[in-house]
Structures are given as structure tokens and as C-alpha cells.
Write a protein that binds this ligand. Structure first.
Ligand SMILES: Cc1cc2nc3c(=O)[nH]c(=O)nc-3n(C[C@H](O)[C@H](O)[C@H](O)COP(=O)(O)OP(=O)(O)OC[C@H]3O[C@@H](n4cnc5c(N)ncnc54)[C@H](O)[C@@H]3O)c2cc1C
Length: 521
């Protein structure tokens, strides 16, 4: 169920192993959040590293994951963690061997937490590009990311700087014409889609799985709502329906956020259906605390899917405050903001990004180019911070004091209060390399001033999800597996990494569970 990366990869592996397989997709297009994504697939000790002579090892990878999730060690399923880490390199290589993908390493892209034991500075992020001209009629039916432009690659993006790439730095890659160069998540999924199509797997769009068929304690099929009415499909069921981004009740329950404070940059078809479907057969839910979920900060836009990630809070000449007018964390790094905001009882909602004219002139905001006019109603501006505070519902006098102190501190290249700019990865990849003395730091002192309420935006990674064993078999509340029912990808709880998250874990686990599930069928 679901034609994102996990569903398509499961289909390819199942077909390759001789199983008859059908993919049901609720949306009118395939690809899921995976096609919208950055396409970073985190695989430690992978075969491309070996090919390129990059040293890595699984013991270090395990140390790294455990260190990143050290706040809640009890949430890690040790068997699942080791299975994921050891099987991910095998799955990556296996899917390459069957022609679903040709991996490359994202050049010089480091693990997020460079201070954690076992971190690496390069090698663990795989990604892929794909020549869309090979998709035939499926080209029109694959989602294309609104977040990463077609025709650009990680190489371009990292060379040009993240902001510059939004305005069209691009070149041909591997002989693929720019308009056909599917990259980032769209490129990764495109290869798996082509591989499923080549194996003549029926992929039925507009088919939403709505009910499991259960006989005794075994799942024997599924009923889908289709354009022609309800239709039953028999066989084992793999739930690859992704996160609960667009379901207000589940988001309230698992993230503690009300609709006005949140949104998602993933497709609107991600409504936690897998959790509900599994529940029909007694499948349990494994809950991971909301403040560990890699929710990003963003804002509403009037293009699909309705929200955009605000990368600009990492750049100089900006900071983030709550209604008291005070900062509350290292506001260059999204998970420091969302961790603080999503902690139960947090006083930091709503929160606001505040910036000055220098930020406006140099960086713009999403589709608004540097110096451009912001969309109506999104951004407030005022000649003084006190007035800006009044417009946004923030204590303006305190906001002015915050800016004064911040500006004095960062002029010397550091933020003694919250350590903004101390994350080495964010320093290098999310800041402005041209900014001196520090890529993430600049005073907020040049009028006019600007401010925008931030929304917590999900990305198809809820961490909380269907309880599974190390091979993707769905478990009931007593830990027993349910015959005939599997979960793969973000629909399955992230018990293999618990409270740890680093970019690329989700897609890595999607392809790994896909292969393991197919081998269990
Ligand atoms: C902007 C952005 C950037 C990201 N970057 C990265 C990254 O670089 N690395 C990384 O690891 N992760 C990243 N993610 C997260 C990642 O994309 C998701 O966690 C991942 O796609 C989950 O894969 P999946 O196959 O489980 O689900 P998806 O790719 O979301 O696919 C699920 C599919 O199931 C379908 N579906 C839902 N309900 C039903 C139903 N009832 N019946 C039938 N079909 C159904 C959906 O329509 C969808 O097509 C990013 C996400 C976004 C939005």
C-alpha cells in the first residue's frame, strides 16, 4: 500500500523474487514524500564508499546512532538497530545490482552531529539521479519535488550554496539533459518506479487502502476505495503509507501541535492511514516523543503542498523569538527550535523569525529573491523592532533588547547565550560562506525590520508509527507478529533508531525494510 520509495522498492524486490505484486496508491501520482525529498539515503559502510576507498565501519555507525539518541536509549530496539545498519548496505547494493538505482555519494556531506562518536565527514549519504526521458508515460504520473529544482544536483547545490541553487544554478550531469535530470528525491524514486514498471508490476493510482481483510488472526487481503468503488485484493499486505503529516488528530496526539501551529512539506495524501489499518488487525503503535521528531520550521505558501521549509533562519542577520521577545535556543539549527517547541508544556509557541534589511537584501525568502517583495500577509515589517513586536503580538521592548544584545555578541563571531553557529555541518552548509566573521551570524540592526510566524512543518517522518519487528512484520500490543501484515518506510515506527534522527535515516530504512519484507513474504 503506497507508491513512495518503500512501496516501490518492496514491489521491485518482491517481483524480482517471483512474487505476484500489485501496488495500490491513494494519490493520483506516485512517489510520495520520497519524490519531494532531498533524496539523502544514509547508509554507513556502503559499497560506494568501499569502491571509492572511503573508510567506514558499522561499529562506528552504531556508536553514532546510539549517541544521537542518547536522551532515550530505551526507545532503541537493539535487534532492529543492528539489522537496519547491517542490512542497509546490502539493500543499497542489491537494488543497484537489479538496476533500480545507480548510487553516488553526496560529495563531502557530513553527518549532522560531528561531535558524536562514530560520526563521519563524508561517505554515508547516497543519492541518485535519473534520466526522466526513460520513464515514458509514467513521467507524468510521478510527483516532482516542489522543494528541489529539476536539473540541479547536490554537486551544484553545494558548490553554489543552498540559496543560490534555488535560482537556477545547473549543468548537465552524466550526459542527461537538464530538463530530464531528475535528482534529489525525485531522481531516487524515479529509478525504483522504472524498475517496477520494467517488471510489469501493476501500479494502481487512485486506490486508497481502507480496510484489511482478516481471517482468524491472519491478514489475507485489503479493500481499496477505487474510482470504480470498493475493490478487494487478496494476499499479504505491506503498509508503506508513510507518516501522519496531514492528519490533525494524529499530529495532535503524537506531536502535541494544533493545526494553526503546524503544516507539512510532504504530499497531502499522508494521513497516517497505515496506523489505522494496522490497528484493524490488532497492530500496535510504537510512540517516540514528539520533540525528537525531525519536524522543520517553515511557513505557508500558496503552491503545493501548502508549506515550505524556512532555510533562511540559519543565515546571518536573523534570530528566532517567542512572544516574550526572547530567544530560546540555537536558532540556526531547525531541530534545536522544534525540540524546544515540541517539548510538552513548552512556552515557546508561537515563535517567530525576526530579521533585518540586510537579510532581506542578501537572501530573500524561498521563492522571493534577494531584495524582493514578500508575499502579501506572510511577513510583517516595521521601521523599529518595538513596532514590529506590536504587529506580531510580541513584547516589542524586549524584542529590541534581544536584538541589541544579539547584535553586540555576534559582531564578535559568537553567540554566548545559545551557541548559534556551533554546529559544524550547519556552519558549512546552511550559512553564508561570504559572511565574516561567521557564516550563521550577523547583527539584526538595520531597518526596516521583518518578522514571520513560524510553523512546525513535518516531512513525512513521524518516528511514531506501526510497531514492527526487525524485518518489518507488524506486531500486536503483546509483541507477537501478525501473519500476512508488514510495514515498511515511514509508516513503521523508527524503533531501529529510537530518539535518534539524522537526515537520510528514513529513506535508508525504507529501502532496507523493503528488501527484508520482500525476503520474508
Ligand atoms: C522536503 C522533504 C525533504 C526530505 N528529505 C529527506 C532526505 O533527504 N532523506 C530522508 O531519508 N528523508 C527525507 N525526507 C523524508 C522522506 O521523504 C519520507 O520519510 C519518506 O519518503 C518515507 O518513505 P515512504 O515510502 O515510507 O513514504 P512516502 O514516500 O511518503 O510514500 C507513501 C505513499 O503512500 C501513499 N498512501 C498513503 N495512504 C495510502 C493508502 N491508504 N492507500 C494507498 N496509498 C497510500 C501516499 O500517497 C504516498 O504516495 C524528506 C521529506 C520531505 C517532504
Amino acid at each position: 500500500m503506497g507508491a513512495g520509495l518503500a512501496g516501490l522498492a518492496t514491489a521491485v524486490a518482491a517481483a524480482e523474487r517471483g512474487h505476484p505484486v500489485t501496488v495500490l496508491e491513494k494519490g493520483d501520482r506516485v512517489g510520495g514524500a520520497a519524490a519531494f525529498s532531498g533524496g539523502q539515503v544514509w547508509v554507513a559502510a556502503n559499497h560506494v564508499e568501499a569502491r571509492e576507498g572511503i573508510a567506514d565501519d558499522l561499529a562506528d555507525a552504531e556508536r553514532y546512532v546510539r549517541a544521537v539518541g542518547a536522551s532515550h536509549p530505551e526507545l532503541v530496539d537493539d535487534v532492529a538497530l543492528r539489522r537496519w545498519l547491517t542490512e542497509a548496505p546490502r539493500a543499497a547494493e542489491w537494488f543497484e545490482q537489479v538496476g533500480a538505482v545507480r548510487w553516488e555519494i553526496i560529495p563531502d556531506y557530513p553527518d549532522y552531529y560531528q561531535d558524536a562518536p562514530g560520526a563521519r565527514t563524508t561517505g554515508r549519504y547516497l543519492t541518485a539521479v535519473f534520466d526522466a526521458s526513460k520513464l515514458g508515460r509514467w513521467r507524468e504520473r510521478l510527483r516532482v519535488s516542489p522543494h528541489f529544482p529539476v536539473g540541479t544536483t547536490y554537486g551544484d547545490m553545494l558548490d553554489a550554496g543552498l540559496r543560490a541553487s534555488a535560482f537556477g544554478a545547473a549543468r548537465e550531469a552524466g550526459g542527461i539533459a537538464r530538463e530530464d535530470l531528475y535528482s534529489f528525491g525525485t531522481g531516487v524514486v524515479a529509478g525504483f518506479l522504472a524498475a517496477a514498471v520494467a517488471r510489469e508490476v501493476p501500479i494502481l493510482t487512485g486506490h486508497a487502502a481502507v480496510e484489511l481483510v482478516v481471517e482468524g488472526d491472519r491478514v489475507v487481503g485489503v479493500v481499496a476505495q477505487t474510482p470504480g468503488g470498493r475493490r478487494r485484493f487478496d494476499g499479504a499486505v505491506v503498509l508503506a503509507t508513510s507518516g501522519y503529516d496531514w492528519d490533525d488528530d494524529l499530529a495532535r496526539e503524537y506531536l502535541g501541535l494544533e493545526p494553526e501551529d503546524r503544516g507539512s512539506v510532504a504530499p497531502r495524501t499522508l494521513t497516517g492511514d497505515g496506523i489505522r489499518l494496522a490497528g484493524q488487525a490488532g497492530g500496535a503503535v510504537t510512540v517516540i516523543p514528539g520533540n525528537r521528531v525531525p519536524v522543520q520550521v517553515g511557513y505557508p505558501v500558496d503552491t503545493e503542498p501548502g508549506f515550505q521549509v524556512a532555510r533562511e533562519h540559519s543565515l546571518p542577520h536573523t534570530f528566532v523569538v517567542d512572544t516574550t521577545g526572547r530567544r530560546f535556543c540555537d536558532d540556526a539549527v531547525y531541530w534545536e527550535i522544534t525540540n524546544a517547541v515540541l517539548t510538552p508544556g513548552s512556552p515557546h509557541l508561537p515563535c517567530f523569525m525576526i530579521w533585518d534589511e540586510r537579510h532581506h537584501a542578501r537572501y530573500g525568502l524561498g521563492p522571493t529573491p534577494p531584495g524582493g517583495s514578500y508575499p502579501d500577509g506572510l511577513v510583517a515589517s516595521a521601521p523599529t523592532l518595538t513596532e514590529l513586536g506590536a504587529r506580531l503580538g510580541i513584547d516589542g521592548a524586549e524584542l529590541a533588547r534581544t536584538a541589541e544584545r544579539f547584535s553586540a555578541d555576534v559582531a564578535h563571531g559568537s553567540d554566548p547565550l545559545f551557541g548559534r553557529g556551533t554546529n559544524a555541518t550547519w556552519q558549512r552548509f546552511q550559512g553564508d560562506p561570504a559572511q565574516s566573521p561567521h557564516p550563521n551570524l550577523g547583527p539584526v540592526d538595520t531597518p526596516p525590520f521583518f518578522g514571520m510566524r513560524l510553523r512546525m512543518v513535518s516531512t513525512g517522518i513521524g518516528l511514531t508509527g506501526i510497531a514492527v519487528d526487525a524485518d518489518g512484520r507488524v506486531r500486536d500490543k503483546d509483541g507477537r507478529t501478525i501473519d500476512g501484515l508488514y510495514a515498511a518506510g515511514a509508516a513503521a515506527a523508527f524503533s531501529s533508531s529510537g530518539a535518534a534522527y539524522n537526515s537520510g535515516f528514513s529513506l535508508s530504512r525504507a529501502v532496507t525494510l523493503a528488501l527484508l519484507v520482500a525476503e520474508s513474504l
